[in-house]
Design a protein around this ligand. Sequence first.
Ligand SMILES: Cc1cc2nc3c(=O)[nH]c(=O)nc-3n(C[C@H](O)[C@H](O)[C@H](O)COP(=O)(O)OP(=O)(O)OC[C@H]3O[C@@H](n4cnc5c(N)ncnc54)[C@H](O)[C@@H]3O)c2cc1C
Length: 519
Amino acid sequence: MSDESGYDYVVVGGGTAGAVLAARLSEDPDCRVCVIEGGPSDVGDERILRLRNWINLLGSEFDLGYTTVEQPRGNSHILHSRARVLGGCSSHNTLISFLPLPGDLDEWVAAGCDGWGPDVLLPYRTRLQNTIVPVAEADRNPIAEDFVTAAADALGVPVVDDFNAGVFTEGTGFFSVAYDPATGHRSSASVAYLHPVLERSNLTLRLETWAYRLLSGGDGRINRVRVRNADGTTSVIRADREVLLCAGAIDTPRLLMLSGIGPADQLRALGIEITHDLPGVGENLLDHPESVIVWETGRALPPNSAMDSDAGLFLRRDPGAERPDLMFHFYQVPFTVNTERLGYPTPEHGVCMTPNVPRARSVGRMWLRSSDPEQKPALDFRYFTDPEGHDERTIVDGLRIARRVAATAPLNAWLVREVAPGPELQSDEELSAYGRRAAHTVYHPAGTCRMGAATDPMAVLDPELRLRGVEGVRVVDASVFPTMPTVNPMVTVLLVAERAADLITGRTTTDAGRPEGAR
Ligand SMILES: Cc1cc2nc3c(=O)[nH]c(=O)nc-3n(C[C@H](O)[C@H](O)[C@H](O)COP(=O)(O)OP(=O)(O)OC[C@H]3O[C@@H](n4cnc5c(N)ncnc54)[C@H](O)[C@@H]3O)c2cc1C
């Protein structure tokens, strides 16, 4: 027996995008908004709120923890962390915050996404409620400062004081981070958007509640969501206006496919009744793959930091390019989960650099293994499979460039030895083999319900984020990206959600950027 409750909008997933949408849509006191969130609240939970604790959340009770199918040219052992808590991945990530580069959004328009160019999306930055600041002076660890100096000297790139102040082509510096330097607390989507409005009577949060099927009314329009409640019972939640899927790049396509919306042949083979054949659902699985190089330091490092990965580097290997094609995070802790598995020791005191591929050419896909909603889907990122070898070459170049930075003063004075892969590995072949086996994810899956032009058979959404061929549903999360931004994607997700709120309410985009209260 299931009870049914009704709202105007049902937001599935109270994560990064879902928090923004819920807050914006419930600004209208006559609009009833319900958020279905699989995880618990983050309110008052220091484990979540304290940004520097992020690393302890990986693999924890707050992590949905997806694995991959075998990656013959990559690392088959990566744990793809996805948060299960209010605020979603913005509640367990490192909150590094970059505006997308204009060229990234030009690519979206070229991919048939009218209305998503830099002129439209970037002005939404003034709407963002998160506190986004360059890492505070007090959190700037001396070794990270020395990394920045060494990277600038070794590679001839500028030191960037604020990566969001203008468009950059390359540079090194401390990141901008969504946090409060005074408390070390997150400025996640939940903290910035939901905490201030929790008392709204027209906003309902259904926590520890898992959506596993979309249901249609008699007219074929999707208007209800079947959920499993915390106590194991099931209910149906009705959306009188729209169902808004914000469950993230893995769980949104998973839910669509469980509801019979996706590649018909695959779903039929699993015994799932077809609601609508949409072959693009689950395809176009994008990520930022990275590798790692680890050093031992001669002594313990000073303790201060925002979140232990506070600085980094963007580089263009092609000096004529408009966008960087290699990115590094500098970790002032040895991030050795993948090197340990390969038998490398973990130094008591150490640092690492993680070169990544900003616009990887290897594209993966995901699919359901079963019609059972409890079974996790299969993820195949197809890491390092692009025929030109671009992704593999980027990692090899990255490992070599990391060594140049490490050999440069003042960083070199801290380091006593390269622990992984170790100086004896020098050839392209050796560095590629190591780099791919020790590869990791920057945790940026995206693209699995991409928007696109009406003529594009693999587009899942139209450029207004509406599901193609089925009424009543929009998708608003990282799965809508047609291509991967060069930079870490969370701010792009926030901007997409801000614009989606305008598309849903019909507010004109010329309002973008006007401060709250001035509308
Ligand atoms: C460890 C880690 C570090 C990262 N660091 C950074 C960084 O520093 N900077 C950056 O830009 N990006 C970073 N990212 C990536 C970034 O956080 C994500 O791209 C972004 O937050 C995704 O937002 P989303 O709205 O698409 O999904 P999410 O934020 O993942 O939200 C999805 C929500 O839906 C809920 N949900 C899922 N399925 C269901 C269901 N069936 N029923 C009910 N609820 C459901 C989940 O519990 C979750 O709360 C990181 C990610 C991780 C995992």
